[in-house]
Design a protein around this ligand. Structure first.
Ligand SMILES: Nc1nc2c(ncn2[C@@H]2O[C@H](COP(=O)(O)OP(=O)(O)OP(=O)(O)O)[C@@H](O)[C@H]2O)c(=O)[nH]1
Length: 407
């Protein structure tokens, strides 16, 4: 045998032994590690998976106290049920439309029936006698004096009537009545200016001051005058300067409310002059036509009352002159009222008289006495407590009502 045969045999043996080792080794080799991703290949996101519940150890329970979140209770604010609230609608004040003033005295003539019965009928009865002797003329005088015409005016009236009757030879009752009417109207100064100075001028309101003793009807008259002015188309501010009587301001406010007028009032027992001043100032600011000021009539003594009244007037006149000062007189007080009236005329310049309560007296002749004694025209007459029972004074209509003419 050749040497190469021996070489082949030896190589074969090595080959077999080598193969046997390789097979043994490979059966023991651990599994190959996972292949490294090749660079540049897209990397899948790591997927976290929860461990199976049974598999792992029990979860670690953290012993920390649970965080108690204290949530304030949510208060649900439930809106109130939408109930329509009761709206207090202030009813618009019922503003009244006062009756026109023209012809009021004629319409209210029946209110003079007491005077008509006592005076008018008495006079006409005398003039109807068959003979107009001295006794008849004296009876005529008595009737007039009893009716508060006053001694002096009565004498004048009777003398003139006697004279005219004699001269004219008048005999019939109708003619005599006509003459008497003329004399009574003449005694009332029919030409006197009885208009109220209530029209604004120089860019400011007219100012009316109302004075008189307590109980004469001042406050009521202020209210009635306000109605008269409103009825005639004026705007009005009322000044409650009667701070002495607490209810007077309320009374005035009620009157004002009825016609939609404004009231200026002060505190109780306050300074009346200040209230009067403020009322005029308010009238100027508001561009009102007329300011009407009610004053107090009651003070401890006459001097105090008059001092106060004088002060009210002076203070008001800082705004400008007072246009009208009306003196309110109670017709039922008769001749006593004249004495009081004179005191007022000494302190304030009275420009007109308001004679109230003529419906309550049989002595309507007081109208003549007031005019003749004071020399001041009666501008208005009160014929009742009703709101429109105040009439512009008309001498002819008044005398006709007294004598029952055209009744
Ligand atoms: N019958 C009648 N009563 C009247 C008239 N005028 C006023 N009165 C009444 O007289 C009373 C007094 O009236 P007031 O207006 O309060 O008198 P006043 O002058 O203001 O009184 P004081 O505020 O106290 O100063 C009231 O009852 C009125 O109704 C009128 O013309 N006729």
């Amino acid at each position: 045998m050749q040497w190469y045969v021996y070489v082949l045999i030896v190589l074969g043996v090595f080959l077999v032994v080598g193969l046997g080792l390789v097979v043994r080794q490979s059966s023991r080799r651990p599994p190959a590690p996972p292949e490294e991703p090749t660079a540049g290949a897209p990397q899948a996101p790591p997927v976290q998976t929860a461990p199976p519940p049974s598999a792992a150890a029990p979860p670690t329970v953290e012993a920390a106290p649970p965080t108690v979140e204290v949530v304030p209770p949510t208060v649900e604010v439930v809106p109130p049920v939408a109930v329509q609230p009761e709206i207090e609608v202030e009813a618009p004040p019922t503003v009244e439309a006062p009756a026109p003033t023209a012809g009021r005295l004629v319409r209210l003539r029946s209110r003079l029936s007491r005077s008509q019965n006592a005076l008018g009928r008495g006079l006409l009865a005398v003039l109807s006698r068959d003979r107009l002797d001295d006794e008849a003329w004296e009876d005529l005088e008595d009737s007039l004096i009893t009716a508060d015409v006053g001694v002096e005016p009565t004498r004048e009236i009777v003398e003139r009537l006697r004279e005219r009757t004699r001269v004219l030879g008048t005999r019939t009752p109708d003619e005599l009545r006509s003459l008497l009417r003329e004399e009574l109207v003449g005694a009332l100064d029919p030409k006197a200016d009885r208009s109220l100075a209530a029209t604004p001028h120089d860019g400011r309101p007219a100012v009316l001051l109302v004075v008189g003793v307590n109980g004469s009807g001042k406050t009521t008259t202020c209210g009635k005058i306000a109605r008269v002015l409103v009825a005639d188309g004026h705007t009005v501010v009322l000044g409650a300067a009667d701070t002495f009587r607490a209810a007077a301001a309320d009374q005035l406010a009620t009157w004002a409310g009825r016609v939609g007028a404004e009231v200026v009032r002060g505190r109780e027992a306050g300074d009346p002059a200040a209230v009067a001043f403020d009322a005029v100032r308010r009238g100027i600011e508001a561009g009102t036509d007329t300011v009407l000021i009610d004053t107090a009539g009651r003070l401890q003594n006459k001097v105090g009352l008059m001092d106060e009244l004088g002060k009210v007037k002076r203070v008001v006149e800082r705004h400008g002159p007072v246009d009208e000062t009306l003196l309110v007189l109670d017709a039922t007080t008769g001749q006593n009222g004249l004495t009081q009236a004179r005191v007022f005329t000494e302190v304030v310049d009275v420009t007109g008289v308001v004679l109230t309560k003529l419906d309550g007296t049989a002595k309507g002749g007081i109208v003549i006495a007031v005019q003749r004694n004071l020399g001041i025209p009666v501008k208005l007459v009160g014929l009742g407590e009703g709101p429109d029972d105040l009439a512009p004074f008309e001498p002819e209509a008044f005398v006709d009502a007294l004598l029952g003419v055209n009744a």
